[in-house]
Write a protein that binds this ligand. Structure first.
Ligand code: ADP
Ligand code: ADP
Ligand code: MG
Length: 449
């Protein structure tokens, strides 16, 4: 096992990784930007090194400084968390070069699956269904012909997109033409890669994803699914749960098998997630793979009793998967509390948290880095806390979430807390009648009403 790990991230996930390391008896090194001198992860780790000014490109994306920090502290491995460098195959390669273990899959796997077009093609090869689409869109003529064949609406997607960015819906040829070059330049600027593809737009699908653990000895395990259909208009997840309500055991089994087949085909190692959309008529389609730990991993931890971060670290150390069978217990929900204003199209907010009371009690877990007096910097992801509940069944998990949201007090920045409180009361949510159209429709109704 590693003796020392550098955590190349910030916020709640850096805290989460440090906690896992401490339980494993591994020393930790935090890296922090000048804006994060007083951040929780900076103080929780055994050592902390400043890696640059606040903007992410100068600090949490500053590869030279992070590698130097790992070398001077004698860190044997780097945990990248999610976002930042977690899906940067070049960074994983540089780690390899310096004999530092990158806690994630092999660089070539990150590269292959990080290109969503290539991932689609690998899925097809592995016999996993994908959404009808056109893989490489070079010219306007090619795009209009493909879209006419697919039938509008279609999505223009960036091959390198992620985090809900790089997706545009178009309803007609005029809109397609108008958006194509915009999408290309935007994607070029945001991801350094202008490659685009088209996908048929599915009406009101559900987002279902499968958690995977795979060791370096060829063993692959699926740890059930997560339902992540409650998304805002920018395709960002707000509420996740496990298991997915109303999914039949057969459907669950088929989706999980597909995910495992794809992972086996690409020689996947480490923790990862295969994302699928399930159409209203019950067909499922692979959309992408995230080759990292995900924000919503705790709901899987709650129902399986497995610590995914510790497993991920063990796998990186070359250990064999020791879990043979996964037993699911009860139901878990997660609400992502962000510093965003739902009334202003989820505009991010920044400022000092003047008052804070975190919920607790039976079946409630809060993964967070915030504290009273904490200044929410404007430079990074707006995630403030993940409120996670576990219950014997979905109703108990919901009741506990409602209670936890009532206990939660946060003042000083605009947050999504009031929105979550209203969502948890909505009859469709309570019934588990979910699709990606649920939240946009809910917001439109509220706005009109
Ligand atoms: P999850 O897939 O775990 O639900 P999100 O999609 O919410 O995670 O993304 C988690 C974090 O990673 C966010 O900060 C998001 O902005 C960032 N992220 C994900 N993919 C990319 C990408 N391709 N480029 C830049 N940032 C990304
Ligand atoms: P990202 O890399 O940003 O996470 P994904 O490809 O995973 O992008 O898609 C994010 C979300 O966008 C999905 O969960 C879904 O809500 C929506 N979406 C993506 N593809 C389609 C599609 N073909 N039809 C309808 N919705 C889609
Ligand atoms: Mg996705």
């Amino acid at each position: 096992m590693f003796r020392k790990i550098l955590v190349a991230n910030r916020g709640e996930i850096a805290v989460r990784v440090i906690r896992a390391c401490q339980e494993l008896g591994i020393r930790t090194v935090a890296v922090y930007s000048e804006a994060d001198r007083d951040a929780a992860h900076t103080h929780l780790a055994d050592e902390a090194i400043c890696i640059g000014p606040p903007p992410a490109k100068d600090s949490y994306l500053n590869v030279a400084n992070i590698i130097a920090a790992a070398i001077v502290t004698g860190s044997e491995a780097i945990h990248p968390g999610y976002g930042f460098l977690s899906e940067d195959s070049r960074f994983a390669e540089i780690c390899q070069h310096y004999r530092i273990k990158f806690i994630g899959p092999k660089p070539e796997t990150i590269r292959a699956m990080g290109d969503k077009v290539q991932a689609r093609q690998l899925a097809v090869k592995a016999g996993v269904p994908v959404i009808p689409g056109r893989d490489h869109i070079q010219s306007e003529r090619e795009a209009t012909a493909a879209a006419a064949e697919l039938g509008y609406p279609v999505l223009i997607k960036a091959a390198a997109g992620g985090g809900g960015r790089g997706i545009r819906i178009v309803h007609s040829e005029t809109e397609l033409i108008r958006n194509l070059s915009l999408a290309r330049s935007e994607s070029e600027a945001a991801f350094g890669n202008g490659a685009l593809y088209l996908e048929k737009y599915l009406e009101e699908p559900r987002h279902i994803e499968i958690q995977i653990l795979a060791d370096e000895h060829g063993n692959i395990l699926a740890l059930g699914e997560r339902e992540c259909s409650v998304q805002n208009v920018r395709h960002q997840k707000l509420i996740e749960e496990a298991p997915a309500p109303g999914l039949t055991p057969q459907a669950r089994e088929r989706i999980a098998r597909s995910a495992m087949r794809l992972c086996a085909a690409v020689g996947y190692t480490s923790a990862g997630t295969c994302e699928f959309l399930v159409s209203r008529d019950g067909h499922f389609y692979f959309i992408e793979m995230n080759t990292r730990i995900q924000v919503e991993h705790p709901v899987t931890e709650m129902v399986t009793g497995i610590d995914l971060i510790k497993e991920q670290i063990r796998l990186a150390a070359g250990e064999r998967l020791s879990i043979r069978q996964v037993e699911m217990r009860g139901h878990s929900l997660e609400c992502r509390l962000t510093a965003e204003d739902p009334d202003r199209n989820f505009a991010p907010d920044s400022g000092t948290i003047t008052r804070l009371r975190l919920p607790a009690g039976p079946g409630v877990r809060v993964d967070t880095h915030i504290y009273e007096g904490y200044w929410v910097p404007p430079f990074y992801d707006p995630l403030l806390a993940k409120i996670i509940t576990h219950g014997r069944d979905r109703n108990e998990a919901i009741a506990r979430m409602r209670r936890a949201l009532r206990e939660f007090v946060i003042e000083g920045v605009k947050t999504t807390l009031p929105l979550h409180q209203r969502l948890l009361e909505h009859t469709r949510f309570v019934k588990g009648d979910l699709s990606t159209a649920f939240l946009p429709r809910f917001l439109a109704e509220e706005y009109q009403g």
